[in-house]
Design a protein. Structure first.
Length: 417
């Protein structure tokens, strides 16, 4: 089992003159694609539901829009194919990444010319695009596991969060705020064009992937990747269960907050520019802070800090909604995103080690895919729950959930093997 580097190891690796220039290039190429992935996730999670809720859709119906998120949760089912089969173009991972990113961009561009089309057609195209991006993400995460050195895993986790934050700033901020002013065609054409441009940097990583040693079973060349292999080890099963539970708590707490702000009476433009921009900025700041914090306190200490921040955020949102104080609710929503992001960095750093076996793309996809699937179902169910029982009970249960998550995940996250 791969181990996470100690704080001293990581500190030494980041000293001037000791940094691996190849790792900086790797993180740059990976981060460009994570920006596009963050854009897509932002539009699905914070863009469309917010716009439609503001347009009068019930909160229960808006919750069903999160079904577009399901491909990101079930993609682990076909992740062994990404490990087993080498595309006929480019390298094993990048041969998957580039065509799928281009396909997603072309779908988005085609949607730009379909304003007023039947909802079922638009949903089908959105679902196909989500499937393409979800599969691309499997290959991308596998490439990260392959190319990122052990002592760089915390750096890679922070860089991934920073890139996702930039993408989320576009998908949940600019997309929402500019949708009504710019209109359908420019918004979707711009979205597709950015996805195409973000594909270019990963091409520079082709020589690095070609230089990787062949794996003994479980990569794109061995044809032996298997979902059952991930579940065969008791320790891996325990980690998967705990990670899934954590996702079911943290992602609903951050994913539904914009709907709460709509119910509080805030305009879509305000939510887009303030929460949709400052939220990702807070996530980006978290990415910058998390690395030195993990160096100083370890992953367990980082988890303590961000869990405490999450509890404060939940309290602010509940109080802001109950007493009709928009500033408190907005502040809480922004801090909730930062807290969830901090927990995400700690978990990502560990998963990069957990998945560094014979079938990294499959292992990584299962760890995150199962969590994404379960949390998506919980988000949809939570929207129905809130429609009947209200936001206060939702946030009260969320606070309890955060405490339980910390108690359960603290041990496995802090373990060294």
């Amino acid at each position: 089992m791969a181990t996470l580097p100690t704080s001293s190891d990581t500190a030494v690796s980041m000293q001037p003159g000791a940094a691996d220039k190849g790792q900086f290039a790797t993180l740059a190429g990976l981060s460009a694609l994570y920006v596009g992935f963050g854009m897509t996730m932002g539009v699905i999670q914070g863009g469309f539901p917010t716009v439609m809720r503001a347009a009068g859709m019930s909160i229960g119906s808006a919750g069903w829009l999160y079904a577009l998120y399901l491909p990101f949760g079930v993609a682990f089912l076909w992740s062994p194919l990404v490990d087993r089969w080498r595309p006929p173009v480019l390298t094993p991972r990048i041969g998957w990444i580039v065509p799928l990113q281009i396909l997603a961009a072309l779908i988005v561009c085609s949607v730009a010319f379909m304003e007023g089309a039947p909802v079922i057609l638009l949903f089908a195209l959105g679902f196909l695009m989500a499937c393409a991006m979800a599969t691309m993400d499997i290959a991308l995460d596998g490439l990260a596991v392959d190319l990122v050195k052990p002592v760089w895993r915390p750096n890679a986790a922070a860089a991934k969060l920073a890139a996702l934050s930039v993408g989320a700033m576009i998908g949940t901020g600019a997309f929402v705020a500019l949708f009504q002013s710019l209109g359908w065609l420019p918004i979707f054409l711009g979205f597709g064009a950015v996805l195409l441009l973000l594909t270019l940097p990963v091409l520079a990583l082709i020589p690095s992937e070609r230089a990787l040693p062949r794996r003994e079973g479980g990569d794109a060349r061995s044809g032996k990747a298997s979902l059952t292999r991930v579940l065969a080890e008791p320790l891996q099963r325990k980690r998967l269960i705990l990670l899934t539970f954590a996702c079911c708590v943290i992602f609903p707490l951050s994913g539904l907050n914009r709907l709460m702000l709509v119910d509080l009476g805030l305009s879509v433009e305000t939510i887009g520019w303030v929460v949709g921009t400052l939220g990702p900025v807070a996530m980006f700041a978290t990415a910058l802070i998390s690395m030195p914090l993990m160096q100083r306190t370890g992953l367990a200490g980082s988890l303590i800090a961000f869990t405490a921040l999450g509890l404060a955020a939940v309290a602010a949102m509940a109080a802001g909604f109950q007493f009709r104080v928009p500033v408190a609710a907005i502040t809480g929503a922004i801090l909730a995103g930062a807290a969830v992001s901090g927990i995400y960095v700690a978990l990502t750093a560990r998963i990069l080690g957990w998945a560094s076996g014979r079938q990294p793309a499959t292992d990584y996809a299962v760890f995150y895919g199962v969590g994404r699937l379960a949390s998506t179902i919980v988000i949809i169910a939570a929207a129905q729950f809130i429609a009947h029982l209200g936001w206060l009970l939702f946030y009260g249960l969320g606070a309890i959930g955060l405490i339980v998550v910390f108690g359960l995940v603290h041990g496995p996250v802090s373990e060294r093997t």
